[in-house]
Each structure stands twice: as structure tokens, then as C-alpha cells.
Write a new protein. Structure first.
Length: 296
């Protein structure tokens, strides 16, 4: 079930990414990051009260709490900020290509820190999936990033930092996963990650800017729906995947969002998708099938 949760999380993020991209035309990425964390956390706390009768997770304390807090700070505060900085400098195509480093990095860290094995079959599954994702992303759209050697170098550096932070966050989540539910783990990660982002926005003097999308009916609706699908459901399922499957497998399945974007691009945005992109999607699906069949 962990593999299914991770794959569904990826689908939710595909839809959410289109909505956040539309909001991002008028709002700074770091502000969107703060709002999606704050709204997502509120939704999760309400759900936690309804399901478990508490506003803060029980059964998570001591070392587990420290691991999850670090996971939220590293993955959401630092990692997401670096991701958005890379996105601005080198565009979505190259940024997502760099982010495809997350699954192999996570698998290696999982083997070193958690002792999770990397079998030949799982290695083949990850390679097929990442190969298909890379193929699709490269075909997706022309690079609209800013030009200039120094800008590109900075964008690449931020992209690599984002991939490292996401990988480390995945392993830290696994270390902090106790008998608590995936929802409880998500609340802790979002709380500490959102706190870090809030401090960052405050130091930048942009707290008032956080109300801008909320004053627009259209932008507010897009932000709310994107947060519900991506931050609320997506992170919940992502953590369920990390807790229910090896981190390398879960991380690979969580990286399939570009595949789900393809039909959305055709039927929602009216874009044309080439045969090459379809082949990449088929390749990635084959990799996912291998992961499902040979996952421990």
C-alpha cells in the first residue's frame, strides 16, 4: 500500500503544480510556499481532531520528534526554497531534471542510514522510471529560464541543493516514523517546515504580501484547491508512502508527477504532446510496474 500511496501523491502534485504555477505568475514563490504550508497545516489539524481527538499528534516524542522536525525544516523550508530559486533561474525543465536526482540520492541514503537494500530489480525499476521522467520533462516545453552563465550556475546549484534536501528529508521522515499515523507525521513536518518558512518570509519583510492571493477570488480559489490536493492530500499520501515502503521506492514513485502532467496538458491546457513524450511516459510506467512487482 505504501507504493500506491506514493504514486497517488504524485498524481495529486501534478494537478496542484498547474494551479500553483498559475498563482505564481503574480505572487512570489516563497509566499506561495508559506500559504500552502499554513493552509495545509490547518486542514491537517482539523482532520487530526476529527480522527484522533487531538490538535497535536500523540505518540511522537523525544528522538522521533527531533527527526521529523529536522525533516520538515530540511525538506520544506530549505529544500522548497531552493527549488523555487532554481525554478526562477533556469526554468521548470532543467529544474525538474535536477530534481530527478532525488530518488537515487534517497535510495543511496536509505541504504547507508537505514540499511535498506538496493536490489538489481529495484535498480532497474528506478532507472526505467527516472529515464521516462527525464524523457518527458525534456520534451515538455522550451526552456524559458533567464539567460546568463552566472544565473545558470546559481540555478543549477539551487536545484542540486533542493534535491539533496528532499532526499535527506525523506530519510529523516523514515527515521522519525513511529507508531503514529501518516497524518500525525505530516502535521509535525508541516508545522516545523511552515515555521521555518514563516521566519524566512518575516525576515524578508514580505508577510503582508501573503494576503495578496487571498484577496483575489480566482487566485484564492486556485491556491486553496492546489493546497488541498498537493499539500493536504499529497503530503499525507507521500508520508504514508515513505512509512509503508522503502524510501528509494517511495521517492521514485513520488517523482512521477511529470507523467501525470501529460494528459492534463492535453485536455486542460490544450497542448500538443509528441510521440516521444508518450514513449517516455510508457517507459516510466514500465518502471513503476517493476517497482510494484519487486518491492519488498
Amino acid at each position: 500500500m505504501g507504493e500506491l500511496a506514493a504514486l497517488t501523491s504524485s498524481a495529486m502534485w501534478a494537478v496542484a503544480s498547474l494551479l500553483f504555477a498559475q498563482v505564481g505568475r503574480d505572487v512570489a514563490p516563497v509566499v506561495i510556499n508559506l500559504l500552502k504550508c499554513a493552509i495545509g497545516l490547518a486542514l491537517m489539524v482539523v482532520t487530526l481532531v476529527l480522527l484522533e481527538g487531538t490538535v497535536w499528534p500523540t505518540g511522537i516524542g523525544g528522538r522521533a520528534l527531533v527527526w521529523l522536525a529536522l525533516s520538515g525544516f530540511v525538506g520544506l523550508t530549505i529544500g522548497d526554497t531552493a527549488f523555487f530559486q532554481s525554478l526562477v533561474r533556469i526554468g521548470p525543465r532543467r529544474t525538474l531534471l535536477l530534481f530527478a536526482l532525488v530518488p537515487p540520492m534517497t535510495a543511496v541514503l536509505g541504504a547507508l542510514v537505514l540499511g535498506e537494500p538496493i536490489t538489481i530489480a529495484l535498480g532497474v525499476g528506478m532507472a526505467l522510471t527516472l529515464g521516462g521522467i527525464t524523457w518527458v520533462i525534456r520534451e515538455r516545453q522550451p526552456d524559458d529560464a533567464a539567460t546568463g552563465a552566472s544565473v545558470v550556475r546559481a540555478g543549477v546549484a539551487f536545484g542540486i541543493l533542493a534535491a539533496i534536501c528532499q532526499s535527506a528529508g525523506n530519510v529523516l521522515t523514515k527515521l522519525g516514523a513511529t507508531e503514529a499515523s501518516a497524518l500525525a507525521v505530516s502535521v509535525v513536518r508541516l508545522a516545523f517546515g511552515g515555521l521555518g518558512i514563516g521566519l524566512q518570509v518575516a525576515l524578508m519583510g514580505r508577510l503582508l504580501e501573503a494576503t495578496k492571493p487571498l484577496r483575489s477570488r480566482v487566485q484564492g480559489s486556485r491556491l486553496a484547491l492546489g493546497t488541498f490536493l498537493g499539500t493536504y492530500i499529497g503530503i499525507w499520501l507521500m508520508n504514508a508512502g515513505l512509512m509503508g515502503a522503502d524510501v528509494g521506492v517511495a521517492s521514485t514513485l513520488n517523482s512521477t508527477s511529470p507523467i501525470f502532467v501529460l494528459p492534463l496538458a492535453v485536455f486542460v491546457l490544450g497542448e500538443r504532446v509528441s510521440a516521444r513524450a508518450v514513449f517516455g511516459a510508457v517507459l516510466a510506467v514500465a518502471g513503476v510496474a517493476v517497482l510494484f512487482l519487486f518491492a519488498p
